[in-house]
Design a protein around this ligand. Sequence first.
Ligand SMILES: [Zn+2]
Length: 254
Amino acid sequence: MIPGRPERSAPAFSFGGEDRPQGLMKLSGVVLRRDVSAEGNVSLYLFLKETGPVWVSAPGASRGRIRFGGAIEPLVWATFNLYKGTKRFYLKSADVKEDFWSLRKDSEKIRRLLEWDGLLCEHLVPGLACDEVLALFYWSGVLLKEGVHPLVAEWRFLWKWLYNWGIAPSPDFCAECGASLPSARLSSSGFLCPACARSNEGAALPAEILARLRAALELPAKKMVEYFPSASFSAPSLWEDVNSRMRHFFGAMK
Ligand SMILES: [Zn+2]
């Protein structure tokens, strides 16, 4: 097993957080999903610190947003006051910390954030704490809010998540021969040097793009908007292609 890579053997009946004792608890995190049943019962899929993703019932939530003060919308960050019963968690109240309201008016940015949300729903293991990825998701939203180009914020988010799980392809060394990479082709096996890549295999990344991809991983968050502003951005389709190939690396987990 690769260090940091979670086991994917959660039991089918898992609601997450089974190892926590029953009772009241206060946990910070984000709403990933909200499901409303035909009877009007609301279930939230929360991604929580020290707990991972768990399903939480929000009784009475469908009778208006007032009770939970807007805290049950997807992508809202809050401190959640929960009660854990024998079979599931219940939401008692929530204090909203960040709702990314300014992003909700920008269709391109909110679409990205919802896509990342969808990937988290798909790939995280219920009940398995994943605090580094939780923090990464938060700070990636902040980068979008601060005006970093969405494609760059996405590359950084996906690569750093894969890295946390020990399955990120190295953008520095060839995945086959280990040589340092002047330019590369990104294939399903990773970044390949010109000698190892078969012609037309994967996406061709000239030296300049490869350098920018690396810079986006190495720069401190507060420098990102200076180097990668939303306005003026070259080769967006290449970054889009790189990001869609990054998503395939999560497939290696299955
Ligand atoms: Zn090589």
